[in-house]
Design a protein. Structure first.
Length: 549
């Protein structure tokens, strides 16, 4: 099972602990059943003249063993599984953090979110059923050993009936699993419609045709989910009923068939019948758990596949502790080119080859039309993408698997689709005077502040949040800063302040700044201007009108 494989990641003793506790619980139950039958037989034969202290003592001792095993198994199983899920989640997040960024972009956020959060939640919510079914299965095995000791014929007939029931049950389970897959898919689509409504509520309100179309799409999707859900539940109930019916068939076999072919079975029929009745509870638990475990198994399958796919695109980084110096003279591109993975090279976008030298302390603007390659160049410069050919040098040091992480640590970024963290992660100490200076310069001191290593609030406008993102980058004190269309969300007055007042102050600290921009009115603020057209890079005069958007 992928579920057990998943939960055993990094813990080879999980199955052993479950097996020992389950075996003690199951064996204890079986032996307790045998003691009760033996005591009942003695009472039937001899009456209740005196207490059989040996049987009573054995019963008490075994009851204690059974109790302790049950407490361990059922009280700690959830903890064991939660620890396993925690290890799985950490492993997936670690693989995600070390995956090749260009290939990771093709995965889609929904798949990553589903596997790392929703799938783990499915397993976590059903952890008690996993423990109960495991314990019940071992208990059934233990009782069947007891039945074998009582009557070999009864044992084999029960095995035959159970085997036939399992075959039918698994066939029904295969169909049910397929329906659960359909149900998961339609749920994902339904949640996508709800997400569209939440994210695009303004656009929905602004056009009745869009609102009606979205509602109709949601209605059809919801109806489909209802129909698939109803069929899935119906199949689930049929499967459960079939499993329970097997118990009555077992009793019929014991009462009507075994006595015909087994001599002296009348002396043990009550014991075997009691054993079968004793198994009804555990088998019912296993039967009921199969459906739940089916959804947990599917969740585990999705996580295992995701882990395999993430492992296949792991970035080839060798963390040997190599660190690049904090100061540099230049960052150089030497015939660097890039094309996106999994795309036809005859029709896909190609950037380069590019040869470029960026000197320390320069303020460089990158310009170009939509689709010219600006974002791709930025991701190459920040080492999120690795060149298909050519080399990148940090002074005389060629970037490679051993120092790429150190190179990224030199670059502070504010991407166009940046995420603003409320906590200033990674900044060990914040100078209050410096922080207040930048908050005042960015005209934000009246709406937020920094307290205990985090912003007081980030519930601000898009432009103000962009300013907080840049303040975060400034407070990181890294030697290189990359800004992607930073001024796009700013009003004209603050935009002018950004180019002629804020950028010069950042540059005065010795920071090298590379900024993607369309603001042709402020090209003169840069030391150099790099212009991209169709993946080809040209250096233009700061006031050259070509390439203006």
């Amino acid at each position: 099972m992928k579920l057990l494989e998943l939960l055993s990641w990094g813990d080879n003793r999980l199955m052993a602990r479950l097996a020992v506790a389950g075996a003690l619980s199951g064996a204890g139950s079986a032996v307790l059943l045998g003691l009760v039958n033996t005591a009942a037989e003695e009472i039937s034969d001899n009456g209740v003249d005196q207490v059989d202290w040996l049987l009573a003592g054995g019963f008490i001792a075994l009851a204690i063993v059974y109790f302790l095993a049950e407490v361990y198994l059922l009280s700690n199983i959830s903890t064991q599984i939660e620890q396993g899920i925690d290890k799985v989640r950490k492993k997936l997040l670690d693989q995600l953090a070390h995956a090749d960024f260009a290939q990771l972009e093709t995965f889609g956020q929904s798949r990553l979110f589903d596997s790392i959060t929703q799938s783990t939640q499915v397993i976590s919510q059903n952890s008690h059923m996993i423990g109960m079914s495991f314990r019940s299965l071992l208990l059934v095995i233990a009782v069947m050993i007891y039945v074998f000791w009582l009557s070999m014929l009864a044992f084999f007939l029960i095995i035959l009936v159970i085997g036939l029931g399992v075959v039918v049950y698994l066939r029904m389970g295969k169909t049910l699993t397929a329906w659960f897959g359909k149900l998961h898919q339609v749920k994902t689509e339904l949640f996508g419609k709800v997400a569209d409504l939440f994210s695009g509520i303004k656009e929905v309100r602004m056009w009745s045709l869009r609102s009606n179309a979205l509602y109709e799409s949601f209605r059809i999707n919801s109806l489909e989910k209802e129909q698939i859900g109803a069929e899935t539940h119906s199949l689930t109930f049929r499967q459960m009923i079939m499993g329970m019916t097997a118990f009555y068939i077992l009793l019929a076999v014991i009462v009507f068939i075994v006595p015909v072919y087994a001599e002296n079975f009348s002396t043990t029929i009550s014991k075997v019948s009691t054993a079968v009745l004793f198994m009804i509870g555990p088998i019912s638990t296993v039967v009921q758990a199969m459906t739940v475990l089916g959804s947990a198994e599917q969740a585990a399958q999705r996580m295992v596949v995701l882990s395999k796919d993430l492992r296949a695109i792991k970035e080839p980084i060798v963390d040997d502790g190599t660190k690049l110096p904090d100061t540099f003279k230049s960052i150089a591109f030497e015939d660097v080119s890039f094309t996106y993975p999994n795309r036809d090279p005859r029709h896909g976008f190609v950037l380069g080859p590019i040869s470029l030298a960026i000197k320390k302390g320069e303020l460089i603007f990158v310009t170009g039309g939509n689709g010219a390659g600006k974002s791709t160049l930025i991701k190459l410069l920040t080492a999120l993408y690795r060149p298909v050919s050519g080399t990148i040098r940090y002074d005389d040091i060629q970037l490679g698997t051993q120092n790429i992480a150190s190179f990224r640590n030199k670059i502070a970024t504010v991407f166009s689709d940046f995420h603003l963290f409320s906590d200033l992660h990674g900044i060990p100490e914040i100078d209050p005077e410096e922080a207040n200076h930048w908050l005042n310069l960015f005209e934000l001191s009246h709406v937020t502040g920094i307290r205990d290593g985090k912003f007081v609030t980030i519930a601000l406008s898009a432009g103000q949040r962009k300013r907080l993102g840049l303040i975060t980058a400034i407070l990181e004190h890294r030697p290189v800063m990359v800004l992607d269309e930073w001024a796009a969300d700013q009003d004209p007055q603050f935009r002018k302040k950004f180019y002629y007042e804020i950028l010069p102050q950042i540059k005065a600290r010795g920071t090298t700044i590379i900024a993607v921009t369309h603001d042709d009115h402020y090209f003169d603020a840069a030391d150099r201007r790099l212009h991209l057209e169709g993946g080809t890079l040209h250096e233009l005069d700061r006031n050259d009108p070509r390439g203006r958007i």
